[in-house]
Unconditional design. Structure first.
Ligand SMILES: Cc1cc2nc3c(=O)[nH]c(=O)nc-3n(C[C@H](O)[C@H](O)[C@H](O)COP(=O)(O)OP(=O)(O)OC[C@H]3O[C@@H](n4cnc5c(N)ncnc54)[C@H](O)[C@@H]3O)c2cc1C
Length: 346
């Protein structure tokens, strides 16, 4: 099949690699120029899952790991701190990983594709991997995004662990994610755009040097709110159809899980020489990310000051049970009492 993949982020790079390997003719279009292309992200994810996806794509994930986390410190609005034991949360060289995925793919950089002018009819399928932009799919009825930005910094000598400051009302959080040799990402997502913690970080680390400032909003609305996932021969994969885990703004692994669903449905369609089974894709995506809607509701109720751990116990239990089942996929311990304490403290 002749395929256009739009967007060379995690979903677009992984899909292009896998689709080309299966014999399809793939062209990948990316809006940024080659020299300035940068995966906007703090590059933190579960090692276990990235090993799994790297293997599928023919890469050795060990070559990309920067920092293997042991503990994550979380400062809370009640001036207390909680610690999460980490079981595989790492930072890795996301830029290199994605670039290696597409080293053999035909890629057109500097192509800010517009649905109105793109030669859609020249391709069997267009895969919208444009993340937050969702450039090729119709707008959903309701979207929910949170502003975010971050700095890549160097010369940070005294922190070598993951550090997070949770904002009151779960309205966002500050993060420090260590990379290697005193480099790291500091950043924040904050619905109120106050970004508490960033100025304080620079005040307490006067030697920290900014290497890069980057940012874009993160989509927190789950797939249930992001339909349609397809439109004629256009199919959305990854953040473009709302796969980010709403409580954390964590999107790398969910985008890859969505790619896996897409590939499964696409392989079945092409091996039977039939049209892409939109219904099967829709059903599988909704099923896989079903509980993200519960998590999204927890976040919105908390933001609106309406979450009660008694009244909304079932929502919390759903989040806990689903996360616990997939503990390795998250890369940190999932403990109900701790989760409840955190939700209460925010
Ligand atoms: C500041 C920040 C920090 C984050 N940190 C983490 C983290 O540490 N861990 C984690 O798991 N998640 C994190 N996330 C979320 C995660 O990065 C995303 O959810 C994930 O990258 C989504 O992958 P994607 O491939 O669907 O989209 P993206 O990775 O966003 O890729 C979309 C690509 O499409 C391109 N594009 C957009 N429009 C067009 C167009 N019209 N034509 C051509 N190209 C186009 C973009 O330039 C981009 O390269 C973070 C997000 C932000 C904003």
């Amino acid at each position: 099949m002749k395929l256009a993949v739009i967007g060379a982020g995690v979903a677009g790079s992984f899909l292009s690699n896998m689709l080309q390997k299966s014999g399809h003719t793939v062209t990948l279009f990316e809006s940024s120029k080659k020299e300035s292309h940068w995966p906007v992200c703090a590059w933190g994810a579960s090692r276990h899952m990235l090993e799994y996806f790297s293997k599928k794509a023919g890469l050795d994930f060990d070559n990309y790991i920067f920092h293997v986390g042991k503990r994550l410190k979380m400062d809370l609005p009640n001036n207390k701190s909680e610690y999460l034991e980490l079981g595989g949360l790492v930072t890795y060289n996301k830029k290199q990983w994605e670039s290696d995925l597409i080293s053999d793919v035909n890629i057109v950089y500097g192509a800010n594709c517009d649905k109105r002018t793109f030669p859609i009819g020249d391709y069997d399928y267009i895969i919208d991997c444009t993340g937050f932009h969702r450039s090729f799919l119709p707008k959903p009825k309701e979207d929910f995004i949170i502003p975010a930005y971050e700095y890549m910094v160097e010369n940070v000598k005294d922190i070598d662990e993951f550090h997070v400051i949770g904002y009151r009302g779960a309205r966002g959080y500050f993060w420090y994610f260590p990379l290697e040799d005193g480099t790291g990402f500091i950043g924040a997502g904050d619905i109120d755009r106050k970004y508490l913690g960033i100025k304080e970080f620079f005040d307490s680390h006067p030697n920290a040097k900014i290497v890069k400032k980057i940012g874009r909003p993160i989509r927190l609305s789950p797939p249930k709110m992001m339909e349609p996932f397809s439109d004629k021969n256009i199919i959305g994969v990854g953040e473009s159809i709302g796969t980010v885990f709403p409580m954390l703004g964590e999107g790398i692994i969910p985008s890859l899980l969505c790619c896996e669903i897409f590939l499964d449905v696409f392989d079945k369609s092409t091996s039977n020489d039939t049209k892409f089974d939109e219904k099967a894709y829709r059903d599988k995506v909704l099923k896989k990310f079903q509980y993200y809607y519960d998590v999204y509701r927890i976040v919105r109720l908390k933001m609106d000051g309406k979450l009660s751990t008694v009244k909304h116990f079932n929502l919390l239990l759903s989040m806990y049970k689903n996360m616990k089942k997939d503990e390795k996929r998250f890369g940190f311990e999932i403990d109900f009492d701790k989760m409840r304490r955190l939700v209460n403290a925010l």
